[in-house]
Design a binder for this molecule. Structure first.
Ligand SMILES: Cc1cc2nc3c(=O)[nH]c(=O)nc-3n(C[C@H](O)[C@H](O)[C@H](O)COP(=O)(O)O)c2cc1C
Length: 170
């Protein structure tokens, strides 16, 4: 378990997982709590979550998604979905923030995650909608792969670039 701001700075995308190590119900509950308590536009909460943990559900994702082959070794994936009837303008923004909350919660538990793209890639969104028989108003935002990390990465502090920070004027 990391402490304080390290939970944020140590989150990295993990693409190697220890096969056979399962995310527990308590861990999943905590990640979902983090998702549901994310800030969101007008507090409309347009998100839904589909937990893919069976081999069948994982293979549906792998069939459609070209960039998340490492899911096969991970414990599960969380499809982050947005309801466009609830918030047609901000669903994707809200889902993005909920996704980051999930990934930070997972990091605090020592789990690895990688957010794999959905919105706005049409082929992946429609492919996933077909595989999981999503209603018309339920859109894929992204796929978060979750599992026991089998690689270690340093915080990406080399990305800090104060030239991109502006005080009082551009
Ligand atoms: C909107 C979005 C889509 C992404 N899609 C993928 C993806 O499909 N496959 C993948 O392996 N990583 C994906 N990533 C992870 C990025 O590649 C990663 O966040 C970036 O390289 C920075 O590395 P870090 O997360 O370790 O800091 C995605 C990240 C975001 C925010």
């Amino acid at each position: 378990m990391c402490a304080g701001k390290d939970i944020i700075l140590t989150r990295r995308s993990i693409r190697k997982y220890k096969p056979g190590v399962k995310v527990t119900k308590e861990q999943l509950d905590y990640m979902l709590k983090a998702a549901f308590t994310a800030p969101n536009a007008s507090n409309k909460q347009p998100w839904e979550f589909l937990i893919a943990e069976s081999d069948e559900a994982k293979s549906k994702i792998l069939k459609v998604h070209p960039y998340c082959s490492f899911l096969s070794d991970a414990s599960l994936a969380i499809l982050v979905l947005g309801n466009t009837d609830i918030n047609a303008k901000f669903w994707a923004v809200d889902c993005a923030i909920a996704s980051e909350n999930i990934m930070l919660a997972a990091n605090s538990l020592g789990l690895g995650t990688c957010l794999c793209c959905g919105y706005p890639i049409e082929e992946i969104m429609t492919g996933m909608a077909k595989e999981f028989e999503l209603p018309e108003n339920i859109k894929l935002f992204g796929v978060i792969v979750v599992g026991a990390p089998d690689e270690q990465k340093e915080p990406a502090l080399d990305r800090v670039d104060m030239k991109k920070v502006h005080f009082d004027k551009y």
